[in-house]
Design a protein around this ligand. Structure first.
Ligand code: AMP
Ligand code: MG
Length: 341
């Protein structure tokens, strides 16, 4: 009891007297992945809800109301049910950005691959890897014509330019925003933190996507580790960053299954309908924008290092690739941030 009182007094003194920020930590799950938060706060906050709770709420509502293909409550679910859907400005903006990345990547990135994604069923691989049934070539070839962002644009000719929020999917098409949900969440979280004057810095990861925000109390850099795809218990190096950034990694180690001695990962080449074989094991994108970082990481994984780097730079982002042989390559702009172990 006496000890607790002393500790509380010490925290209060450091909080109020010198305004030294305190660290809030929280690990939880949302969007089918782990969310881990470190948020530095001073004690001047006026919100009744803690920032870590607010972050979880924001991720969950983005999933439930907007992005999930599973939950009947979401806009994507309604679109996929082929009801003509009045899009929220938020989803409109997300889809517009996705289509831009599709166009500039020559279709390597494509959120209209839902029919293929359901066929491969990668979301269930982790839970039941013993009994995975992979699709045959014929099934894949039948699903391919149901996919393609070009077909979505043909069905909605004026959607891209007009302010119209109405969108309808061609017959059989399904949207899958699995490649961008975590990055989109980071943008929302960054906005939320900016509205909270008590937050002085934060590092928040939603699966393979990470937001750095503000600064640490001692002003030292944020260090974001890059996993070794060949041995995920270790890292190949880290990015050293100051201020606000989004970092997204797509890797063949994140979700995969082995069937008859062959390894299949979760990122599809929309042109073949099969897991991409570009020689990439992982790609990390650094961008000021969360949605872009996540879309580009998936796009670059499919494109491979050479074309991927050009694509990233086209969007003002930096990229770092690890190939199947463990070789690292990166855009010139990435070199100032990356440190090899
Ligand atoms: P990420 O881990 O961010 O690269 O996202 C992978 C997820 O995006 C997969 O689990 C699928 O749901 C979806 N996806 C797979 N391949 C593609 C692709 N070529 N374009 C867009 N989304 C994809
Ligand atoms: Mg991605």
């Amino acid at each position: 009891m006496g000890m607790a009182v002393i500790l509380t007094a010490a925290v209060l003194l450091s909080g109020c007297g010198r305004r030294e920020p305190t660290l809030l930590r929280k690990t939880d799950t949302a969007m089918g992945t782990i969310v881990s938060q470190s948020i530095y706060v001073t004690r001047s906050g006026s919100h009744p809800e803690s920032p870590t709770e607010a972050v979880m709420d924001a991720i969950r509502s983005l999933e439930e109301e907007t992005l999930s293909w599973r939950l009947e409550t979401s806009e994507i679910y309604r679109l996929n049910s082929h009801e003509e859907t009045e899009l929220s400005p938020e989803l409109s903006e997300i889809l517009q950005t996705c289509l831009k990345v599709s166009e500039k990547s020559g279709g390597a990135f494509d959120v209209t691959i839902g029919a293929l994604a359901r066929l491969w069923n990668m979301d269930t691989w982790a839970a039941d890897s013993e009994n995975v049934q992979l699709p045959g070539e014929e099934q894949v070839l039948r699903a391919l014509p149901l996919c393609g962002y070009g077909k979505l644009l043909e069905e909605n000719p004026s959607w891209q330019d007009a302010a119209s929020a109405k969108l309808s999917l061609p017959a059989g098409m399904q949207l899958d925003l699995g490649a961008v949900g975590k990055g989109a969440a980071l943008d929302e979280i960054a906005g939320l933190l900016a509205e909270r004057e008590e937050v002085t810095g934060a590092v928040i990861s939603v699966g393979g996507s990470i937001l750095t925000y503000g600064e640490k109390p001692d002003r030292s850099s944020f260090k974001v580790a890059i996993v070794n795809p060949a041995d995920t218990s270790g890292n190949i190096g880290y990015l050293e960053l100051q201020g606000q950034w989004c970092i997204s990694t797509s890797g063949d180690y994140e979700r995969f299954v082995e069937v008859d001695g062959k390894r299949y990962h979760h990122i599809l080449d929309p042109h073949t309908g099969f897991p991409s074989e570009s020689g990439v094991s992982s790609v990390t994108i650094l961008s000021e924008d969360g949605l872009l970082s996540d879309a580009l990481s998936t796009a670059c994984f499919v494109l491979g290092a050479e074309e991927g780097m050009a694509l990233a730079q086209n969007f003002g982002a930096e990229a770092l690739f690890v190939d199947n042989g463990g070789n690292i390559s990166m855009t010139e702009g990435m070199e100032q941030y990356f440190h090899l172990y």
